[in-house]
Design a protein around this ligand. Structure first.
Ligand code: S3P
Length: 443
């Protein structure tokens, strides 16, 4: 495999500059999905051309949807919508690759089709739990079969007429909520999803742009299907991904003398937990140029170096920062005092077991991380030793987080199994280098 090992750090000097990270992964998935199911053409700009989103686009190609790429970078596209009932039976197995969002949301869409289909994923995705979406979809009437009574991919879905349900999710998960809402487009009656804490709400923000209202409940959402989606008149612009911005914000916070400006970043409160936690740690983050892109709030974020202190993470912030914990652990590893995270067991079922893998990687380079069942305790150290090899285990965010850690290490860190960076941030290395980070591919 090309480009699988990263060599990173230490930073030769302050980080500086201004850039716009690529488009938001969650929003890019939803733009393709709703565009494909709408009547009419949907034009999207700022799309994330990462492997995860390209897998979603490829799957809709197999389902008969024409997607026209309008530039070489594949950030600008036109989706020729097939309508809710216009998808065609695929000629082969659908492959979500590494993308949990693709697999789980597609299951909701496939459940509503009159044909059977099979969806699978890579080694990592085939280990991740699907029962959380399969159980409610079965209650709606879908017939789904696969390993471990349908908890694991590959799953075969025999869709058809669905009945609306009220589902009370055990976990705060936007993938579960969105899967059921998408199936709800095909169901008779009102679909209601309740969650223990609010998860990211991109699906419910985007559906009304396609003529499908969603009402907010105190602890969830309700969808009354209108029977069709309509392509929006306006271009659908995707904000820059806060999950990608967070790597550079933490790097700037850690490297003495740094100041970087990250522009056009999504600051939706359901994605903004990393900023609240880093600010509570003393991180110097300033918001400017606040605006709206479609239904999503965006802003420029200026991140500066400063001393960080450990905090006890408020459990209410966990769903809003769920993807940023790897890099927040790096900030904590170099902060004064202790950082405590509890109630975050979900981190164990992401692209890797992010509690175990981050604890192992950070401890290998000189941090003091104590792994807990549902979180971590991290005692900050003034400097990481580095001079070691770590294994990102094919998890994009572990690889990028360790590249950030390396900027404050005494000696360089070799990061194995880092190719998955291409799933969410193919240009991570050139962008990091443009800001002054010391990182390169070894092969
Ligand atoms: C996502 C939801 C989250 C997040 C993932 C993207 C989404 O997963 O971790 O990266 O786009 O809906 P969960 O729903 O499993 O929390």
């Amino acid at each position: 495999m090309a480009e699988n090992t990263l060599i990173a750090g230490p930073a030769p000097g302050p980080l500086s500059g201004r850039l716009r990270p690529p488009g938001d992964k969650s929003i890019s998935h939803r733009a393709v999905m709703l565009g494909a199911l709408a009547q009419g053409d949907t034009e999207v700009t700022g799309f994330l051309a990462g492997e995860d989103n390209l897998a979603t686009a490829r799957i809709f190609g197999q389902l008969g949807v024409r997607i026209e790429w309008l530039n070489d970078e594949r950030t600008h596209l036109r989706i020729h919508g097939a309508g809710l009932y216009g998808l065609q039976a695929p000629d082969g197995v659908l492959d979500a690759g590494n993308a949990g969002t693709c697999a789980r949301l597609m299951l909701g869409i496939l459940a509503g089709q009159r044909f059977a289909s099979t969806i699978t994923g890579d080694d990592s995705l085939r280990r991740r739990p699907m029962g959380r979406v399969v159980r409610p979809l079965r209650r709606m009437g879908a017939r789904i079969t696969g390993p471990e009574d349908g908890n694991l991919l590959p799953l075969t879905v025999q869709g058809g007429r669905l009945a609306a349900i009220e589902h009370r999710s055990e976990v705060a998960s936007a993938q579960v909520k969105s899967c059921i809402l998408l199936a709800g487009l095909y169901a008779e009656g009102d679909t209601i999803v309740r969650e223990p804490r609010p998860s990211r709400d991109h699906t419910e923000r985007m559906l009304p742009l396609f003529g499908q209202p969603v009402s907010r409940l105190e602890d969830g959402v309700r969808l009354t299907p209108t029977g069709s989606l309509r392509a929006p008149d306006a271009v659908l612009a995707v904000p820059a991904d806060p999950s990608s911005a967070a790597f550079f914000a933490v790097a700037a916070a850690l490297v003495p003398g740094s100041e970087v400006r990250l522009s056009g970043i999504g600051v939706n409160p359901r994605r903004d937990g990393w900023r609240r936690i880093l600010s509570a740690m003393g991180g110097d983050l300033t918001l400017t140029g606040e605006a709206r892109v479609g239904e999503e709030p965006v802003a420029d974020i200026v991140a500066r170096n400063g001393e960080l202190t450990g905090v006890v993470v408020d459990e209410a912030d966990i769903p809003d920062a769920i993807d940023e914990f790897p890099v927040l652990f790096v900030a904590a590893a170099l902060a004064r005092g202790e950082f405590v995270l509890e109630g975050a067991r979900e981190l164990r079922v992401k692209e890797s077991d992010r509690i175990a893998v981050m604890a192992e990687a950070l401890n290998a380079v000189g941090a003091e991380v104590e792994e807990r069942e549902d979180g971590v305790r991290i005692r900050g150290v003034p400097e990481l030793a580095g001079g070691a090899e770590v294994d990102a285990r094919g998890d994009h965010r572990i690889a990028m987080a360790m590249a950030v850690a390396a900027q404050r290490a005494g000696r360089e860190i070799v990061i194995r199994n880092a190719a998955a960076i291409a799933t969410s941030f193919p240009d991570f290395v050139p962008m990091a280098r443009a800001l002054g980070m010391n990182v390169r591919w070894a092969d």
